[in-house]
Design a protein around this ligand. Sequence first.
Ligand code: NAD
Ligand SMILES: O=C[C@H](O)CS(=O)(=O)O
Length: 477
Amino acid sequence: MYRFGSFINGEMLVGGGRTSFEVHNPYNQELIGTIDFATLEDANQAVEVAHRVFHDTMKQLPAHERSRILRKAADLIESDSERFAALLSQEAGKPIRDARGEVGRAVQVLRFASEEAKNIVGELIPLDAAVGGENRIGMSKKYPLGVVLAITPFNFPLNLVLHKLAPAFAAGNTVVLKPAEKTPLSSILLAEIFDKAGLPKGALNIVMGTGVALGEPLVTHPLVKKVTFTGSGPVGFKIKEMAGNKKVTLELGSNSPNIIFADANLDLAATSMVKGGFSFAGQACISVQRIYVQTDVYQSFLDKFIPLVETLKVGNPLDETTDVGPMITQDAANRIEAWVDEAVKQGARVLTGGKREGQSYLPTVLVDVEPAMKVVCQEVFAPLVCVIPFETEEEVIAAANNSDYGLQAGVFTKDIDRAFRLADQLETGGVWINEISTVRYDHIPYGGVKQSGIGKEGVKFAIDDMMETKFIGIRLS
Ligand SMILES: NC(=O)c1ccc[n+]([C@@H]2O[C@H](COP(=O)([O-])OP(=O)(O)OC[C@H]3O[C@@H](n4cnc5c(N)ncnc54)[C@H](O)[C@@H]3O)[C@@H](O)[C@H]2O)c1
Ligand SMILES: O=C[C@H](O)CS(=O)(=O)O
């Protein structure tokens, strides 16, 4: 059992009349930790410390030292990876094999950031390209911003936190992190890791609490220079409104389309869709949600897909053989149950699943759905996919783009010309060919369009968004 609090200027703030919050394992409700929430004074102190440490220490730290700290943090997590995986599995209800995958990715994110820290380059600008610019030298140079506020979701409590911390430190910024209150414990382990890796005290400050209580004071704090948020759309756009003229990155949700043409490798498509639709109970922003299948192969696809879905084992996330764990909360399980019931009343058919087992929802496949049903047009964020037939390329592009969201898409076809036509026309931040929307490597440019977000992550791209470019010019005599 853990008892923790906010982590500010290298100190853990526990007790002192602070409100406590219990963290339970979503599978069996076992109590796994207690977190003391930050007060408003704690939150302000976190920003002030981060501001001071930025000016006194962090912005002076040479690139090779920032790189060394990040590399060391990667090594430390790697050597303690089983402890991280077990904690992720317990606090998020993530199947242990997926939790190990998340830890492995987190190590890579730190290693990418370690390399990028040494490769932050400006440009020489040919000033004589402008009339009158002769006899001058121009260059651009990048500078860290100062205090970065990172607000993160419950579903990847280690890797998505590191997608903010690692680029911020690579760039020479300091951070105030407000992790999801449902999964705060892995952030505390991270604080230990960065401390051991030699990150200056006060460069990472973690503020525990709800977004409702702490969101506004943190986001509007005048010393915060950038807000980087991953989470749901309504919260993200509210943060953007509150942030005024601060820089903002928003990584939000989606209802990812995946398109299977008649010429596709159907076995590959079916096995990939199972992984992409049901891993971590569909609680990923790029989870496969809408599967469009060309009519000629619609039935053959279902004949391959449904038996594979039915082999998935729902159960205890700590069990090595579990494929699908629980939903994060009872409310989340109730919500998806209500959406499926509503879709069925409106004419949808359940081919498999459609039932609750405690806080788990069985892997579910719906057909005969309509574009206006919640299970199609909203983000399900649950182990549920809709399989939808289509006839022509034009029709499926229009259907896939008929969404408020646009994060990633998948297209399965052997026709390279068509693959590029789709890549050009799908309104998403990323398109995979012969791969599902759910795949993300941590160095790719990643981030959505429309209601799926603003800006890009992926270590190098996040670093860029966490720096200011300054022009420096010299007039030669
Ligand atoms: N695009 C991506 O990279 C990505 C990655 C993971 C999750 N997500 C999205 O996140 C959502 C699921 O995560 P969640 O349920 O934790 O999201 P959420 O929006 O409920 O919470 C995310 C974070 O925002 C905080 N928050 C809540 N209200 C706030 C407010 N008013 N001001 C400031 N902060 C506030 C929460 O405490 C939490 O730390 C899904 O929509 C999913 O698609 C997106
Ligand atoms: O939930 C959405 C995440 O961005 C998925 S991943 O952790 O980046 O793969």
